[in-house]
Structure formats: structure tokens, C-alpha cells
Design a binder for this molecule. Structure first.
Ligand SMILES: NC(=O)c1ccc[n+]([C@@H]2O[C@H](COP(=O)([O-])OP(=O)(O)OC[C@H]3O[C@@H](n4cnc5c(N)ncnc54)[C@H](O)[C@@H]3O)[C@@H](O)[C@H]2O)c1
Length: 321
């Protein structure tokens, strides 16, 4: 059993990973400022500190085996209008966290990076050696942190793994997605099924894809969580490993909407809207590195299953409100 600090563990992905760590018998402290997270999202059994990663030095000490770092601002649209927030929170916050880890002698890190570091892909599926050319400040801030971690590993012996998530979806029991405002497709379509919005906007249906709508790679949050536990085992002092996390299969916006219709039985009206700037036609991961270097094997790749878990969670939250 080891002790881990989970930054952002009151948020969607961090809370699911925290729960997986607890289920694997580890001790977990969640550090979260609740800027977008929920106190009730922190899994039972985890210690909770309400605080900011920029003050991580107050709480980190050598009793921690490692840090899983999810805390970030992650709204692409907001990052375009408030880039300073993204440099301050994501880059400044991560820099403070790395400094606190160095001071405390905590030498293992798993970081939530993103497909947004690649920008408009030159080739699909996207491999980790593909050019990184983010098209918004959110992706740029995450790429900056990846560079920071590479330097920290080389200079100070940190053992680190950056996991570049594609589209995370689904839920794990009481832990699921509840961003406000919501910008992710599956929860947005589910809001239509719940009667919380009238129709789903399809941004562009003239992309060079089979049905003209954007294609994305959806990964179940529980499969993603398992990769984090494997990453802790793979972290090697002085090395920074970067792995994409996706299923290697793309689904179009229309395929997702159709799947939600099948799962919920709701007709889900759709409205075609103009393309949004900076939305690549297709973002699909090569999952080969995660399979080879982490030994990761996703077991919940079926889109209907991912949507069904997200639907159950959305209904549960609606019942509680
Ligand atoms: N959800 C996705 O599809 C996706 C895709 C790619 C990458 N990511 C990355 O994964 C991570 C988790 O994403 P999520 O969807 O769970 O987001 P989320 O907003 O649900 O969770 C982020 C958590 O971090 C906390 N936080 C933010 N800034 C903080 C700070 N300075 N100090 C302490 N806590 C702070 C928030 O309160 C929140 O609980 C993020 O780093 C995000 O960039 C997510």
C-alpha cells in the first residue's frame, strides 16, 4: 500500500482515479480548490484538503509515494478569451506543484495531458511522436507542462508519465461527469434526453468524414483510470513517458447522437450550426504505446456501454437535485 496525492480529485476524472486507487488498497489525499469540482465527488475513504495546487508545499511531505495531477482549468473556449487564467492555473499551478514535490522528495508523477497538445493532426491515428501544434491556450498550457515535466525528470530525477487523453466519457458508480458549463458532447446530448435543453447543436456537417460531422475517440473513464494505476508502476526515475489514451476508434457526432437515441429512447432533435474554429475533423488516438509501455488493455470500448453508464449517472444526479 502506498500513499498518493490526487490533485483535482473532486473533479470528474480525478474522482474516478482516486476511487480506483482506494479500491487497489492505497491511501489517498485529494487536494482540490472546488473551483469546478464537487466536495461530494470525493470518494469515501479519501482524505480531503480544500486548497490550491499553488500552495501544495503546505501539504506535501515525504510520506507520499507520488502525485496524480488532474487539477486544471480545461474549457477550450474559455481559454481563448481568458488565456491568462490557463497560464496562471495550469502552468503556474503545475510549476508550484513540481517545486513542492522536489522539496518534499516526492519523485513520482502522473499528469493529465491532452490530445489538444497536437492541434490539427497531420495523420490519424495520432502517435506520440506527431507534431505538437496546439490551436488554443488550453492545449498550449498543457503542452508547456509536458515540457516542464521532461526537464524536471532529466534534471532532478522525477519519474513521470503524461497521459494524453482523447474524449473521456462514461461514469464509474457515483463518480461521473458534471461540468458547469458542460462542453462535452455525450453529457450535452444526455441533457436533451432529460429535457434540460431542446436540441443538440451539430457544429458543422461538411467535414471530410463519412457523415460530414467531426469524429472523436471516446474512452471510458474507468479504462482511463486503470491506465493511471499502470502508469504509477511504469514511472521510472529520470524518465518522462508520454502515452496517448484513447481506444483507437473514432465515432462521429451523428453516431454519438444516434447511440444516445438508442440508449435513452428519446428522439434527440439536432440543429446544424456553423463549424467552430479550431475543431479538427478527426481526432483518433493510436493506443499502441499505452498497450506496449503500460500493458494497458481497455475493456469498455463499446460506445453504447459508455453512453449507458453516463446516462445512469446523469439520471442519478437529476434525482438528487
Ligand atoms: N474530461 C476530458 O475529456 C479530458 C480530456 C483531456 C484532458 N483532460 C484533463 O484531465 C484533467 C481532469 O479533467 P476533468 O474533466 O476531470 O475536469 P474537472 O474540471 O472535472 O476537474 C478538475 C478539478 O481540478 C480542480 N482544480 C482546478 N484548479 C485547481 C487548483 N488550482 N487547485 C486545486 N484544484 C484545482 C477543480 O476544482 C476540479 O475538481 C484536467 O487536467 C483536464 O485538462 C480531461
Amino acid at each position: 500500500m502506498s500513499k498518493y496525492l490526487v490533485t483535482g480529485g473532486a473533479g470528474y476524472v480525478g474522482s474516478v482515479v482516486a476511487r480506483h486507487l482506494l479500491e487497489a488498497g492505497h491511501e489517498v489525499t485529494v487536494l482540490d480548490n472546488l473551483s469546478t469540482g464537487f466536495r461530494e465527488g470525493v470518494p469515501a475513504g479519501a482524505a480531503f484538503v480544500e486548497g490550491d495546487i499553488r500552495d501544495a508545499a503546505k501539504w506535501l511531505d515525504s510520506s507520499y509515494e507520488g502525485v496524480l495531477h488532474f487539477a486544471a482549468s480545461s474549457q477550450v473556449g474559455e481559454s481563448v478569451v481568458k488565456p491568462e487564467k490557463y497560464w496562471e492555473n495550469n502552468v503556474g499551478g503545475s510549476m508550484a506543484l513540481l517545486g513542492a514535490m522536489r522539496e518534499a522528495g516526492v519523485r513520482k508523477l502522473v499528469f493529465s495531458s491532452t490530445a489538444a497538445t497536437y492541434g490539427e493532426p497531420t495523420e490519424v491515428p495520432i502517435v506520440e511522436t506527431a507534431p505538437t501544434a496546439p490551436t488554443n491556450p488550453y492545449g498550449a498550457s498543457k503542452l508547456a507542462v509536458d515540457h516542464m515535466i521532461t526537464g524536471e525528470a532529466a534534471a532532478h530525477g522525477l519519474g513521470a508519465v503524461s497521459l494524453r487523453y482523447f474524449n473521456v466519457a462514461g461514469a464509474y458508480g457515483a463518480q461521473g461527469e458534471r461540468h458547469d458549463p458542460e462542453s462535452h458532447l455525450i453529457p450535452l446530448v444526455l441533457q436533451v434526453a432529460q429535457g434540460r435543453r431542446e436540441a443538440i447543436s451539430v457544429f458543422g456537417d461538411d467535414y471530410p468524414t463519412p457523415d460530414g460531422t467531426c469524429v472523436r475517440d471516446y474512452i471510458h473513464v474507468a479504462d482511463l483510470a486503470e491506465a493511471h494505476l499502470l502508469a504509477l508502476g511504469a514511472a521510472t526515475p529520470g524518465e518522462h513517458l508520454i502515452c496517448n489514451l484513447g481506444n483507437g476508434e473514432g465515432f462521429s457526432v451523428r453516431q454519438v447522437i444516434e447511440t444516445v437515441r438508442q440508449v435513452t429512447g428519446h428522439p434527440i432533435p439536432e440543429v446544424v450550426a456553423p463549424r467552430r474554429g479550431g475543431d479538427p475533423a478527426s481526432l483518433v488516438a493510436s493506443a499502441q504505446a499505452a498497450r506496449e509501455k503500460l500493458g494497458w488493455q481497455p475493456s469498455r470500448a463499446d460506445l453504447a456501454g459508455i453512453v449507458a453508464d453516463a446516462w445512469e449517472f446523469a439520471q442519478q444526479i437529476a434525482r438528487e437535485q
